[in-house]
Design a binder for this molecule. Structure first.
Ligand code: GLU
Length: 481
């Protein structure tokens, strides 16, 4: 297999949202797929000091770590091309810039902002696009670092292949003399990412669609620098669910770490992100992370924008929760228990988890779904009034059913799942009721929760004494609420 070196190169300008993390994931999958021949680099692109947001670097790292996206070279552990933070590499960019100056491929921009504005106005009045290169100075001043340094471009048409978007082409008008180094001494993204990708031996550049219109400029600069260009792969936008606009905060573009607090599993999130714009060509929707590593390919990333569907994420999360071993589920459940549950024994908690595992959509559902296994619920007969099945039943009818149930359950000596199944079936026959009525009132009378696992299993796990006590409480409270 050939060497694969990919990088994720975020700017520390805020929290990590789905689009950004998906780029990281795809680049990571590609590197991991190459096994020992693959390297994933985390590079921090912090050359725009105005847009920088404090704390973002930690957030970026925490988000990647949560998802299990590990990097081999980066700001903490270093690597052969350290430092991996662009603000600490300024000398390198200046050296490359000086080389371009020496070769006549870069020059100091002599114009004031007002002069540039006048050129722009002129172009607008003449109804032609403004191109800086139309105003290239004949005798530019020597570059002393106080002026912006511009690339002396070589305008020409380009044809290239993007690993996702396919064959693309542009005319010479797409090429202009862009800024390499700003007057504050910091390089532009357009310049320094190319220098770094070259030095760091990046083989595949994966990035979002917003950069596609700049690609011809990059191609021109690769040539000027005499660099072999890496494989370019442009990832489609992530759109809101309606498919009409780019995903914004109001459509759920929240900090990826919020999903951790909301009870999502990182592997479900990785599955969701990977399938935002990628599929393996089959109907398969649920992928483990190792399957993603094995099956991911750039050629199966779609060109059209992907839609962010949070309901799909929720469904996938439920699927991944089901795939966990009880021990694993137990470990992950810790932050989500109610305080009463947290004090329960490990073995009891594991029994409860085994029972509710298939019903959990997120770990944050645990309190609602499981609290009645750990503490007596407060009877709430209003829930009975709201239940469709009981429409034709008076409160007294239901209380009668509960009393009959108590007698039958009391007589069940073993109170195991099997014996309870038999007891409940017998009770169905004796009362002549439908399961939808009889089992629902017992379920409510014992759990006061909107749903529960199979009734016999639920009762067995709550235990005989508590079940009988709760039925008594339910009956007692039937007249007071
Ligand atoms: N620093 C750029 C950003 O955060 C990275 C683009 C790239 O991957 O080259 O959008």
């Amino acid at each position: 297999m050939s060497i694969v070196r990919t990088r994720f190169a975020p700017s520390p300008t805020g929290f990590m949202h789905v689009g950004g993390v998906r780029t990281a994931l795809f680049a990571w999958l590609l590197a991991r797929q190459a096994g020992p021949d693959g390297t994933f680099i985390l590079r921090i692109e912090d050359t725009d000091k105005v847009r920088e947001v404090e704390g973002s670097i930690n957030q970026i790292e925490d988000s990647l770590r949560w998802l299990g996206i590990t990097w081999d070279e980066g700001i903490d552990q270093g690597g052969p091309h350290a430092p991996y933070k662009q603000s600490e590499r300024l000398e390198i960019y200046h050296e490359w810039a000086r080389r371009l100056v020496a070769e006549g491929r870069a020059y100091a921009d002599p114009y004031t902002p007002a002069q540039l504005e006048a050129f722009r106005e002129e172009a607008k009045a003449a109804k032609r696009p403004f191109l800086y290169r139309d105003h290239r100075p004949e005798n530019p001043p020597e570059w002393d670092g106080s002026q912006p340094l511009r690339f002396k471009s070589d305008p020409k048409p380009y044809q290239w292949t993007d690993a996702v978007m396919g064959n693309l082409s542009t005319g010479p008008e797409a090429i202009d003399d862009f800024i390499l180094i700003k007057s504050d001494g910091y390089p532009t993204y357009n310049f320094c990412h190319i220098v770094d990708d070259a030095i760091m031996g990046v083989t595949h550049v994966l990035r979002s669609q917003e950069f596609i219109s700049s690609t011809p400029k990059f191609l021109n600069l690769y040539e000027a620098l005499n660099i072999d260009r890496p494989t370019l792969a442009t990832l489609p936008y992530v759109m809101a669910i309606d498919g009409k606009k780019k995903l914004g905060k109001r459509d759920g573009a929240k900090d990826i770490l919020e999903y951790a607090n909301d009870g999502y599993l990182p592997e479900a999130m990785a599955n969701f992100l990977a399938t935002l714009g990628w599929n393996d060509g089959t109907e398969q929707e649920v992928f483990t992370t190792s399957e993603l590593i094995e099956k991911f390919s750039l050629s199966r990333v779609q060109k059209s924008p992907a839609r962010f569907d949070e309901r799909r994420l929720l469904w996938l999360n439920g699927q991944h929760i089901r795939m966990l071993s009880i021990n694993d589920l137990y470990e992950r459940a810790h932050p989500f228990w109610t305080s009463a549950a947290a004090q329960g024994s490990e073995s009891h908690k594991k029994e409860v988890l085994a029972l509710v595992q298939d019903r959990l959509k997120t770990l944050a559902d645990l309190p609602v779904i499981t609290s009645y296994f750990f503490e007596d619920p407060t009877p709430d007969w209003a829930m009975v009034n709201d239940t469709k099945q009981f429409k034709k039943y008076s409160r007294q009818d239901l209380v009668e059913l509960l009393k009959q149930a108590k007698t039958a359950l009391q007589a069940d000596e073993t109170f195991s799942e099997e014996s309870l199944q038999a007891t409940l079936n017998l009770l169905l026959e004796q009362t002549g009721e439908k399961p939808g009525v009889l089992f629902s009132i017992i379920r409510l009378g014992v759990s006061w929760a909107p749903f529960s696992p199979a009734l016999n299993e639920t009762l067995a796990l709550i235990g005989k004494d508590r079940v009988l006590r709760r039925i008594d409480q339910a009956v007692a409270m039937s007249t007071s609420s």
